[in-house]
Design a protein around this ligand. Structure first.
Ligand code: PLP
Length: 436
């Protein structure tokens, strides 16, 4: 079909996720992408753009990897689907579960598969409540998350999400979800007020992504982990963004020297080439679930362990390892941060810059000294100026932020990092000159 027809059909029939619905109706899609190659996406008019957020923080190995298409085609023609319910199994799910047990830290050794991050977190929430029920403590059911956290859009995941705009989308959230400030004191005060015997688990992203690439305070997780241990509260690490090399180690928790009881993964597990997520549990939890079982494990998705998605994940992980993409994430992350620092030195309106691996942020401020923000956030116009120059990234403006965030594919090279930095520099200059 021609471009105009596609735009009309899109406006009429396609309700876009997380989108400005009115503007979408008026303008139609800004880009209709047709191809991807490395860090680049190409649209229907042939325009190439750098995918500076790895699409949705997920295309870790970059676009256009034909090997994944081949593996998917082979698996689909051999066994496109079979159930993993009850005692049925298949090779891709077994091999992937074993591989994940090998690469995740500590005694995280058993995987429950889902189709994405929201399902992973909802599974984790149900699982921890089920666990405490089996242990004779059915009242231990509250889930504690952090302000500015993002855990997805399923009902449990939304209820655990600290970012207000996502919570406001619906009028009624699931019960027994609470969030605290990002300090150990806030968590301790919550436990004191509510009673540890009512709290099932604490969940956190190692680095908050959607909230604006927010780093935890130093030693925060070590303290939180020991508070959890003291109070018999399970620690769930939401590694949906930070997993599979994003921060320069395999998993984000490795940066902070802790091993969670449960880990949620998705996104980078397949680099977006198929829909897959997982919840990885410790040996202890697994053994308790077996020993205390009260019958069937009554939780499973049709696509838990989809064979094609699992085969794609295995190949994706092989590529991450064979091409040294975790080390590259660390090295190129350092280059990206150096570039951010040059931008910070040059521009009056750039405040803090930060990054870990290929996950980074630039704060826009009106006053560098005090960190005071512009009355009208500048991030949206900077993002628009970047787009004009061929770079896709995101601006965060909710909850008082004015922040540019970046997470390019892990196979980016030095020259491409430099190109990104140059565009960001020009975009900030252009957006600033529009204001004054
Ligand atoms: N958890 C985190 C930390 C995320 O960033 C996301 C998605 O961005 C999710 C969970 C939800 O994952 P999904 O969109 O695959 O359901």
């Amino acid at each position: 079909r021609d471009y105009e027809t596609l735009v009309e059909l899109d406006k009429k029939h396609f309700l876009h996720p997380t989108s400005p619905i009115k503007q979408q109706q008026e303008d139609g899609p800004a880009f209709i992408f047709t191809e991807g190659n490395g860090i680049y996406l190409k649209d229907i008019h042939g325009q190439e753009l750098i995918d500076g957020l790895s699409s949705l923080w997920n295309v870790n190995i970059g676009h256009g990897r034909k090997e994944l298409g081949q593996v998917a085609a082979e698996q689909m023609s051999k066994l496109a689907f079979s159930s993993t319910f009850a005692t049925f199994s298949h090779e891709p799910a077994i091999e992937l579960a074993a591989k994940i047990a090998e690469i995740t830290p500590g005694d995280l050794n058993t995987v429950f598969f889902t189709s994405g991050g929201s399902e992973s977190n909802d599974t984790a929430f149900k699982l921890v409540r089920h666990y405490w029920k089996l242990k004779g403590q059915p009242e231990k059911k509250k889930i504690v998350s952090r302000r500015k956290s993002y855990h997805g859009v399923a009902m449990g995941a939304t209820s655990a999400t600290g970012l207000q705009p996502f919570r406001d989308f619906t009028t009624s959230l699931a019960p027994d979800f609470y969030y605290v400030e990002s300090t150990p004191e806030s968590f301790r005060a919550f436990i004191e007020a509510e009673g540890a015997e009512t709290i099932a688990a604490y969940i956190s992203e190692p680095i908050q992504g959607t909230g604006g690439v927010i780093m935890p305070p130093k030693d925060y997780f070590k303290e939180i982990k020991s508070i959890c241990e003291e109070n018999n509260i399970l620690f769930i690490a939401d590694e949906v963004i930070t997993g599979f090399g994003r921060t320069g180690t395999y998993f984000g928790v490795e940066q902070f020297g802790i091993v969670p009881d449960i880990m949620s993964v998705a996104k980078g597990i397949t680099s977006g080439y198929a829909a897959l997520g997982g919840v990885i549990i410790s040996e202890k939890i697994h053994q308790d679930l077996i020993d205390l079982s009260d019958g069937l494990f009554m939780h499973g998705y049709t696509y838990s362990g989809h064979p094609t998605a699992c085969a794609v994940a295995l190949k994706n992980i092989e590529i991450i390892e064979n091409e040294g993409l975790i080390d590259n994430s660390k090295a190129m992350g350092e280059k990206m941060l150096e570039g951010f620092k040059r931008i910070q030195d040059k521009h009056e309106i750039v405040g803090e810059v930060r990054g870990l691996g290929l996950m980074g942020a630039i704060e826009i401020v009106e006053d560098k000294e005090t960190g005071e923000r512009f009355a009208e956030p500048l991030a949206p116009s900077i993002v628009a100026e970047s787009l004009k120059r061929g770079l896709i990234h995101r601006g965060v403006i909710y909850e008082g932020a004015d922040t540019l965030i970046f997470a390019p594919p892990l196979n980016i090279n030095e020259e491409e990092v430099e190109k990104m930095i140059q565009i960001i520099d020009e975009a900030i200059t252009a957006a600033k000159s529009n204001v004054k």
